[in-house]
Structures are given as C-alpha cells and as structure tokens.
Ligand binder design. Sequence first.
Ligand code: NI
Length: 159
Amino acid sequence: MAVRTIREERDEILKKISRPIETIDEKIQILIDDMIETMHKFNGVGLAAVQVGVLKRVVVIHIDYEKEKPLILINPEIKKQKGEQIVDEGCLSFPNKFAKVVRPEEVTVEAMNREGKLIKVTGKGLLAQAISHEIDHLNGEVFVEKMLPGTLEYSTPEQ
Ligand code: NI
C-alpha cells in the first residue's frame, strides 16, 4: 500500500468525468488500498479515484475509523435521494477551504464492492453527504461550485 499524491484545486483533472470500471483486477485492488491509505493519512472521510489522478468510478468512504470498515463503491449509482441538509463541507483537494452546501439528507446508492458483488447502501446525515460529495467527483463536480454564497471560510493550518 502507498499514499498517493492528492490532486488539488487548480488541477484540471478534477473537472473530468471518470469512466466505469469493467474488470476489478489487481490494479484496481491496489488502487483501492492506496486510496484508503491516502484518505486515512489526511484524516478524510471520503476520496474519489480522480483525486489521486485516476479517472475511474471508484470511491472510498470512512466516517468512523474505529467502529466501521471503509465503504468501497465501484461504479456507484444514486437510486434515491430524500430531503435536504445544509452542511459544512471540505475536501482533501481543497485544503483549508470550507463552505456550506446543500446535500440530500438521505441517499440510497447501488454499487459493486471490491469483490464485484452488487451492494445497496442507504446513508443519512454525514454518510449521505459523503456519498453525494464523492459521486459528484466522479462527474467532475467539486463542492466549491455548489457552495452557498458567502459561506467560504479558510481555516488556518493545524500545529
Ligand atoms: Ni472531495
């Protein structure tokens, strides 16, 4: 496993549409492991492959590091969305930038897991937010384009 370089805001790749994965081969397994390691290294709750420079439709999400395993979604498709929540949001590709965005309160997604099995996941709250945010990445969309006007904040780096 290896920590990969995260593509940041001015990188044009973030605006590109990722392609579906046809075969979950060894290369994809390594990509998934590396994405999880990279997300953990930077304390993120989610990461899309495009953020490490790979235009493939795979995301990893990990909300509670201690109680859950990372969720891996290959070729995810949102099947249902319910409600709305206004949330504070950030992104590993936009270090130190935060803003408020509107996300669905509940999201149901269908995807393949890393074994190629079809799974269906319904998430609320932060999980719904993360699923929505990461699937946006696969479609070349980033959160700063959705932020509510006047809500952008810059955090000072820690330490
Ligand atoms: Ni992001």
